[in-house]
Design a protein around this ligand. Structure first.
Ligand code: UD1
Ligand code: CA
Length: 457
């Protein structure tokens, strides 16, 4: 392939988004729009595309500078003006691919097919097009046979031209030298002084250049995000693609309509996802795990054959064969080894729980290390915060923490140690010891009858 350069236009404000955030930073399946386009560029073999930034350029650049060459378009004078900004970078460009940062549903296969057609047929320009039943807002493709003649924008189109259903997706392939030449010739097209990239085709037509179109069969790919409503539409389509892909790879998704899986999630074979479940960020789920119903995991790892029900987790690692929930809350820094049980109404934060340990009910475990096979009684609380600092709690292997124990950190409970139910433990408990901290129970015999008799006098 002759020296392929990719340019991604991402400088527009996206006025109709009504947002502080630049348009291409809005998130689709957990990733900014611009990154979806960068991913597709990477997949066709372009390592470092040129990204044209303008509105909110600091925010966009901060997010993508490691994987793209940033080019600034200080004033947004249209798509033609945007591409003019990369002229100095096109010195040795054989083929130039132009992509839009607001078109996240573009598929790698389509881009590959576009490039192939462009090069096989030695076209000067090839446009990725799609058929749309409701083409409103898109540039229309005017052709003579298979040759592209012109692209006319919605607002400049005649009523007959508006009837055309083949539209410009905003993705193009150009011969580098011809593009450089033509970019110098485009002129402002309207009262706002806007330069249309699509004017390039008028220039090429006059020069008698060969211009072709490659039409994708999936019109969704053309969806350019200009509004929040289009963002939601794209989210739905993209989500459907993700779910289809995982089902094809052997994941059971009981109710796709109520399942949300981000683009960065990885699932192994025979994972089951039950209804009303969200898997976000870089969550990874291993084989035979069952997640849901009503579970939300963000950047979590779940081991083989674990079950996670009615649970919220963030930045938590769950080992193999664990049972989590219902109604557990796993906060950042939670690390559960194998075969751990975390039951109902339990919150865990920044704590490591070793193999076989159980926290079955109504507990808060924070900044703690719980040894293997320890049993944490219902209602146990690590009192890890003194109002100023957080302190650690260490609970030994095979220890038994009685129900309703308060562990006032910093404190250590030795291996095989036991605490009596209801104790507030403020001092370390050695291995094998029993610690009880509560007043003696007083029993008054016949108390009920005596007080009643007094009352009757
Ligand atoms: C453009 C096309 C239209 C096509 C549609 C597909 C033109 C004149 N029209 O219209 O034919 O059907 O895309 O979605 O090109 N941008 C810049 N700098 C600018 C202006 C825009 O970088 O000065 C970027 C935007 O951030 C966006 C992309 O270019 O990512 C497309 O711009 P947008 O204003 O959305 O173009 P459309 O009006 O949708
Ligand atoms: Ca657009």
């Amino acid at each position: 392939m002759p020296n392929l350069v990719a340019v991604i236009m991402a400088a527009g404000k996206g006025t109709r988004m009504q947002s502080k955030l630049p348009k291409v930073m809005h998130s689709l399946a957990g990733k900014p729009l611009i990154e979806h386009v960068l991913d597709v560029a990477n997949q066709v073999g372009i390592e470092r595309p040129l990204v044209i930034v303008g509105h909110g350029r600091e925010v966009v650049a901060a997010r993508i500078h490691e994987r793209a060459e940033i080019v600034v378009q200080a004033e947004q004078l249209g798509t033609g003006h945007a591409v003019m900004q990369v002229l100095p970078y096109l010195e040795n460009a054989g083929t130039v691919l132009v992509l839009s940062g607001d078109q996240p549903l573009l598929k790698t296969e389509s881009l590959q097919a576009l490039i192939k057609m462009h090069e096989d047929r030695e076209a000067c320009a090839t446009v990725l097009t799609a058929y749309m039943n409701q083409p409103f807002g898109y540039g229309r493709i005017l052709k003579d046979g298979e040759r592209l003649v012109r692209i006319v924008e919605e607002k400049d189109a005649t009523p007959e031209e508006r009837e055309v259903k083949e539209i410009n997706t905003g993705t193009y392939c150009f011969k580098g030298p011809a593009l450089k030449d033509a970019l110098r010739k485009i002129t402002p097209q309207n009262a706002q002084g806007e330069y249309y990239l699509t004017e390039i085709f008028d220039i090429f037509l006059k020069q008698g250049e060969r211009m072709l179109t490659y039409c994708t069969g999936d019109s969704h790919e053309a969806l350019g995000i200009n509004s929040r409503s289009q963002l939601a539409e794209a989210e739905g389509i993209f989500r459907g693609r993700i779910l289809e892909r995982w089902m094809a790879d052997g994941v059971t998704i009981v109710d796709p309509a109520s399942t949300f899986i981000d683009a960065g999630v990885e699932l192994a074979q025979d994972v089951t996802i039950l209804p009303f479940t969200r898997l976000l960020g870089k969550t990874r789920i291993k084989e035979d795990a069952v997640i849901g119903p009503q579970t939300s995991l963000e950047n979590c790892n779940v081991g083989c054959s674990s079950e996670v029900t009615y649970t919220v987790g963030k930045d938590a690692d769950i080992g193999d064969r664990c049972h989590i929930g219902p109604f557990a809350y796993l906060r950042p820094g939670t690390r559960l080894e194998e075969n751990v049980k975390v039951g109902d109404f339990v919150e865990i934060k920044n704590s490591r729980i070793e193999t076989g340990a159980k926290v079955p009910h109504l507990s808060y475990i924070g900044d703690a290390h719980v040894g293997k096979s320890a049993n944490i009684g219902a209602g146990t609380i690590t009192c890890n915060y003194d109002g100023i600092n957080k302190h650690p709690t260490k609970i030994g292997d095979y220890s038994f923490i009685g129900s309703n124990t308060n562990l006032v950190a910093p404190v250590e409970i030795g291996d095989h140690a036991v605490t009596g139910a209801g104790s507030t433990i403020t001092k370390n408990v050695p291995a094998n010891a029993l610690a009880v901290e509560r007043s003696q129970q007083i029993v008054k015999e016949h108390w009920h009858r005596e007080t009643r008799n007094r009352g009757q006098k």
